[in-house]
Design a protein around this ligand. Structure first.
Ligand SMILES: Nc1ncnc2c1ncn2[C@@H]1O[C@H](COP(=O)(O)OP(=O)(O)O)[C@@H](O)[C@H]1O
Ligand SMILES: [Mg+2]
Length: 360
């Protein structure tokens, strides 16, 4: 068990500054997900925690102890990478026990640990097989078991599921979530996949170009994104965003936002002059007339571009005179066209200013 603290961490490769200056706390026993687009510095951060990369500046502490000079093997971290390399000529049992043999742990104790891990990961029946006799998912579990067997204080995952097919990815994602809850070990999990982040994280750290955009619980980020980047990165399908062309006060403390030639949105609140963008998530709007607490948005010239059927409902990808958007509609009416009236919960609207920050 261990918390991880990064203080003023920076990293440059030659002239290239990958992490300018970053502070982050990763709490004990929780899963912290580092989420961001490819190249934003996620793996670099993880590798610095593991000791595989040296920070250019700043401090890394695990369980309060300064780690900067501590070699990787002595940091109490287990690594699970995308390309899990099992020993092809060793059985599952010997792959699992390998770290213990290296640490000169006694035979009986080794076997006990192997049995425990195999039970946890449902590998008991496979202990005498060789890696080539396993499915991709089973191999992944063996690799995770091998990382777990020395009972590390910290698990570090670098996109461990990204090479797998969708079905397996979904299954292992739940498996890792279950395992992490059972182990209650501190984990740092790197991914560019927001669904993975939303499923696994206690805390999500959204990164962009080596900087933290927002830190929070999954639903905090979903409900209250701090800026346009986070709003666009969290949630699927993506949040609908419209530029605000103009605004004027409308009686009783409301504001009329102009979104296009003939399109406006009457919102029941005042907004600062810096307002530039208004947004709402597809699942927060429905077709029909606005009731109490809702606002009406009339879209013209709608054409359906694509439909994603969910069974009882469908996400409908539309183009209208304002641009593109996605709405949730009953499956039967999935191909929408012409003029559409949307009712949107007023408190689900998100507003962003000229520097792309959320307006509270
Ligand atoms: N050893 C290295 N030498 C030079 N540049 C590197 C090295 N490792 C990573 N980078 C650069 O640092 C940036 C962040 O990389 P990385 O941490 O791997 O991103 P991510 O894991 O988020 O995709 C990228 O622009 C990458 O090209
Ligand atoms: Mg990476």
């Amino acid at each position: 068990m261990a918390d991880i603290q990064l203080r003023s961490i920076s990293k440059r490769f030659g002239d290239v500054e990958v992490i300018p200056d970053l502070d982050l706390s990763m709490p004990d026993g929780k899963v912290t997900v580092l989420l961001g687009p490819s190249g934003c510095g996620k793996s670099t951060l993880l590798r610095m925690i593991a000791g595989l990369e040296t920070p250019s500046g700043g401090e890394i502490r695990i369980d309060g102890k300064l780690m900067n000079e501590v070699p990787p093997a002595d940091r109490g971290c287990a690594l699970v990478f995308q390309n899990y390399a099992l020993y092809p000529h060793k059985t599952v049992r010997h792959n699992l026990s390998f770290p213990l043999r290296m640490a000169k742990v006694g035979k009986a104790e080794q076997e006990k640990a192997v049995q425990e891990i195999a039970h946890k990961l449902e590998l008991t029946a496979l202990l005498d097989r060789y890696p080539r006799q396993l499915s991709g998912g089973q191999r992944q579990r063996v690799a995770m078991g091998r990382a777990m067997i020395r009972q590390p204080g910290v698990f570090l995952y670098d996109e461990p599921l990204s090479n797998l097919d969708l079905e397996l990815r979904v299954r292992l994602r739940l498996e890792i979530a279950r395992m992490q809850r059972a182990l209650q070990a501190t984990a740092v999990y790197v991914t560019h996949d927001q669904t993975e982040a939303m499923t696994l994280a206690d805390q999500i750290v959204v990164l962009r170009k080596g900087r933290i955009e927002q830190v929070g619980a999954p639903l905090e980020l979903y409900r209250a994104p701090a800026n346009l980047f986070v709003a666009g990165f969290i949630g699927t399908p993506r949040i609908n965003l419209f530029p605000v062309q103009g605004m004027q006060a409308s009686g009783s403390g409301g504001t009329r936002l102009s979104l296009g030639a003939d399109t406006h949105l009457d919102v029941p609140r005042t907004l600062p002059a810096e307002l530039r963008t208004v947004g709402f998530r597809p699942e927060q709007a429905r077709l029909g007339e606005a009731g109490p607490g809702q606002v009406q948005l009339e879209l013209q010239g709608c054409e359906t571009q694509a439909v994603e059927h969910l069974g009882d409902r469908a996400f409908c990808y539309l183009r209208c005179t304002l641009g593109e958007l996605v709405v949730l509609s009953p499956s039967a009416e999935a191909r929408l066209s012409g003029t559409l009236r949307l009712a949107i919960a007023a408190d689900a609207l998100r507003y962003f200013d000229s520097s792309e920050q959320a307006i509270g």
